[in-house]
Design a binder for this molecule. Sequence first.
Ligand SMILES: Nc1ncnc2c1ncn2[C@@H]1O[C@H](COP(=O)(O)OP(=O)(O)OP(=O)(O)O)[C@@H](O)[C@H]1O
Length: 214
Amino acid sequence: MQTINLTSVLPQVFQQSKDLKSEIWKQNVKFERGHLYLVEAESGKGKSTFCSYIVGYRHDYSGTVMFDDRDTKTFKVKDWVEMRQQHISHLFQELRLFPELTAWENVQIKNKLTNFKDDATIRQWFDMLGIGDKLDAKIGRMSFGQQQRVAMIRALVQPFDFLLADEPISHLDDNNSRIMADIMMTEAKAQGAGVVVTSIGKHMDLNYEKTLLL
Ligand SMILES: Nc1ncnc2c1ncn2[C@@H]1O[C@H](COP(=O)(O)OP(=O)(O)OP(=O)(O)O)[C@@H](O)[C@H]1O
């Protein structure tokens, strides 16, 4: 997939808003593979909603979301499954890890779908992010910031044309944010992928090519 195109997309929840000013909602916006975008917004403006539309978890909008020349409203479940396994990776703001599984198991459950990364690479990422001693820790017993790092690793153990990172560093210190940004961008470059980062203020320090206000 080369492009994601949003045309006149408006969430139902904002349908009655008279003073909606947005560079995404009700606009024509194109995200291209190989490019880096920042979507900035205040709380409640719809960052998570925007991500949900692109990964197909929600469809409560008017307008169209196109992947290349395919209207995603025509997608069947199997199309979304393929998209999420092979083309779009999503780091959820609320992470959506399995609390009863260990950090390692949470990553492997995703990695096993495509066997995309070897164990050594995954271990190295845990070490780089300062959670090398947490491989066997249950997610439910890790801090949110530690879980955020596990969720990023999980987002990277699959092929993708686009990576959507919804507030990826909300609970990270500057050092870990930098390391995570480096790992994420190295992976995205290796895959020639586009990256869309959303932020409520504190954002990854990256050379964004385009910033859009939601
Ligand atoms: N599943 C849903 N169905 C319908 N409306 C929703 C749903 N989730 C959120 N909303 C509404 O959509 C609007 C945007 O919510 P969303 O969670 O996308 O905002 P956000 O920008 O990600 O906020 P925050 O930064 O506070 O997490 C809010 O008015 C919210 O009440």
